[in-house]
Design a protein around this ligand. Structure first.
Ligand code: DMJ
Length: 632
């Protein structure tokens, strides 16, 4: 199923024709043979240097340079020119170098306006947390052996030495050849998914790959928008160009349709903003402004805590029919996007609206050691249905966005950091336990004072977030917890018959258990979710420990084995415990293209500058947004 390795690496196996026989003839011609051998060696060395030179710069720039769209193929096999209409040659800009000073982002006119605007980022106080955040520890690895286990085998292995491994990985041709073949496998998976979407669901929200049809949620081409920046990052030029054409000509937000504020913010607004930053194509920014302003009526509530639903055509908003509550994760995971929209437009209203939510939640009673309940009332602004604390559904990205807003804003908004640090302590104190018999570290839930060993796959975002925090100077034990948790998330895949994780697992904690993980019948589905792959990506970026890539590779192969639909697309499945019949659900979620495949690609890339984590912060739908220049 895998495509062949890059030709450059295959060519390194070239040898002298014929074989050495020690014959007289060989000895008689030894002088000539020797010089030929020398010539071959020199040639081989030169080829090796050339290959290293080519493959050590596969950045975004490498993907896209060489003419607007008429460059060399990035597999080095042959030159090609994509047959695009001339209009796109002029509309689509050359991508920026990631090494450029990011103060220069955005059109000059806009930048001047932004510089002269009132500083809207200093909404919160600054204080010293006793953490040396300027001299952030860029890797908290020690040299001591760590224990991990694969399947039933306990393996002792050496902890990573980030610097050494980084250099080894980037210089070693075999390593780079392996990386390139895996990157190509991800591109191939994307093309296959895209084929299904294009053939049967073009312009609609989601592909139904089994019935060869589509499903609508908001009727806004959700999969196409979610996938835009993935195509850009993967270097899929033709696919990107046809999607851009659809966005420019067909996408209209002037529709009498109810959309979910959170989902449309993270997928549509986040996707458009990210694509704007990668491409500098102002069409995407115009669309982002349009959807952003149409979502604003959600904030017209008595409490300023937004409603869950907005009619983007009528400009009205409302809570779900059965309640006046909103979900805590939803109202606290739209901030990265609206803050960025304020920065780009120079209009503070977006940022003010979402930061008002954060300020209120910061002050609210009802938290337990920094952990938040799952619901908040839009009338009185108070937490409701209190007593359940989880890092899974309805609370997950609250924690993720505390850290990421702090990073996005240049590490100055200290209430965000306070809340994040307190929450991590709350997680450690109340939710982290060990399973039996294998001592897997997991994050359970607290329900009215009782611990439940239930863990959603959604919680697997946490190792990546903890690792990101440690990268930015937060305590080293965050990294240690991240490493333990990613082992567990991997085991949630490895211990299933299909090698794919269920939606929810329950860990065994009582003595005498023979297995760590139980799966209830109702929880056996897999929706092609990204969280584990996302965390593998962060852990690999920061440690360079190859096992994380290997685990990701196993997971990708199992997606290909059990969820790939031959006629195009991938499908969610009902039963990860039955390899004979995983029972397809006939739905490809937009986040499979927006997140899962993007994180696979970034995980397998050896280039730390491909969406550098020192320059970008990913929203919760894997759309990279720039970290703001310090001056703002
Ligand atoms: C995505 O929409 C986002 O990652 C969100 O934060 C959680 N749910 C899905 C993926 O599982």
């Amino acid at each position: 199923m895998l495509p062949p390795s890059r030709r450059e690496f295959v060519s390194l196996t070239l040898s002298e024709s014929g074989s050495y026989t020690n014959s007289k003839q060989w000895r008689r011609q030894s002088c000539w043979r020797l010089s030929r051998l020398q010539r071959s060696l020199i040639l081989l060395t030169l080829m090796l240097l050339l290959v290293c030179g080519i493959v050590t710069s596969p950045t975004l720039i490498g993907h896209w340079r060489g003419g607007a769209f008429g460059g060399n193929r990035d597999d080095g096999k042959q030159s090609f020119v994509v047959d695009l209409k001339n209009e796109y040659r002029s509309i689509l800009p050359e991508p920026p170098s990631e090494r450029k000073d990011y103060r220069r982002r955005g059109p000059p006119v806009l930048q001047n306006r932004l510089q002269s605007k009132t500083n809207v980022s200093g909404l919160w106080r600054e204080e010293n947390h006793g953490l040396d955040l300027k001299n952030a520890d860029k890797g908290s690895e020690g040299g001591k052996p760590i224990i991990s286990w694969r399947g039933a085998v306990i393996v002792e292995e050496q902890a990573s030495d980030t610097d050494t491994k980084d250099t080894e990985n980037r210089d070693d041709p075999a390593s780079l050849a392996l990386a390139e073949s895996r990157l190509e496998a991800v591109r191939e998976a994307f093309r296959h998914a895209w084929k299904g979407y294009k053939d049967y669901a073009w312009g609609h929200d989601e592909l139904k790959p089994i019935s060869k049809s589509y499903g609508e949620w908001f009727g806004l081409g959700l999969t196409l928008i979610d996938a835009l920046d993935t195509m850009w990052i993967l270097g899929l030029k033709e696919e990107f160009a046809e999607a851009r054409e659809w966005v420019a000509k067909e996408l209209s937000f002037d529709k009498n349709v109810d959309v979910n504020l959170f989902e449309s913010t993270i997928r549509i607004l986040g996707g458009l903003l990210s694509t704007y930053h990668l491409t500098r194509d102002s069409m995407f920014l115009d669309k982002a402004k349009d959807i952003g302003s149409r979502l604003m009526p959600a904030f017209n509530t008595a409490s300023k805590i937004p409603y869950s639903d907005v009619n983007i055509g009528k400009g009205t908003a409302h809570p779900p029919r059965w309640t006046s509550d909103s979900t805590v994760a939803e109202v606290t995971s739209i901030q990265l996007e609206f803050r960025e929209l304020s920065r780009l437009t120079g209009d503070p209203k977006y940022k003010l609206a979402v930061m008002e939510v954060m300020k209120q939640v910061h002050k609210l009673d009802g938290k337990q050691d920094g952990l938040v309940p799952m619901f908040i009332n839009t009338n009185n602004g108070l937490f409701s249905h209190q007593g359940i604390y989880t890092l899974g559904a309805r609370a997950d990205s609250y924690y993720e966005y505390l850290l990421k807003q702090w990073i996005q804003g240049g590490k100055t908004e200290n209430e965000l950091l306070d809340d994040y640090l307190q929450a991590v302590e709350g997680v450690k104190k109340n939710l982290v336990k060990k399973s039996t018999p294998l001592d897997l570290t997991f994050v359970g839930e607290l329900s009215h004072g009782h611990f439940s060993p239930k863990m959603d796959h959604l919680v697997c975002f946490l190792p990546g977030t903890l690792a990101l925090g440690a990268h930015y100077g937060l305590p080293a034990d965050h990294m240690e917890l991240a490493k333990q948790l990613i082992e567990t998330c991997y085991q949630m895949y490895a211990q299933m018959e299909t090698g794919l994780s269920p939606e929810i697992v329950h860990f065994n904690m009582h003595e005498g258990s023979t297995k760590d993980v139980d799966v209830k019948i109702a929880d056996r589905h897999n929706l092609l979710r990204p969280e584990t792959v996302e965390s593998l990506f962060y852990l690999y970026r920061f440690t360079k420990d190859k096992k994380y890539q290997q685990w990701g590779w196993e997971i990708l192969q199992n997606f290909n084995k059990y969820t790939r639909v031959p006629t195009g697309g991938y499908t969610s499945i009902n039963n990860v415990c039955d390899p004979a019949y995983p029972s397809p659900r006939d739905k490809m979620e937009s986040f499979f293209l927006g997140e899962t495949l993007k994180y696979f690609y970034l995980l397998f890339s050896e280039d730390p500058n491909l969406i550098s984590l020192d320059k970008y912060v990913f929203n919760t739908e894997a759309h990279p947004l720039p970290i703001w220049p310090q001056a703002e």
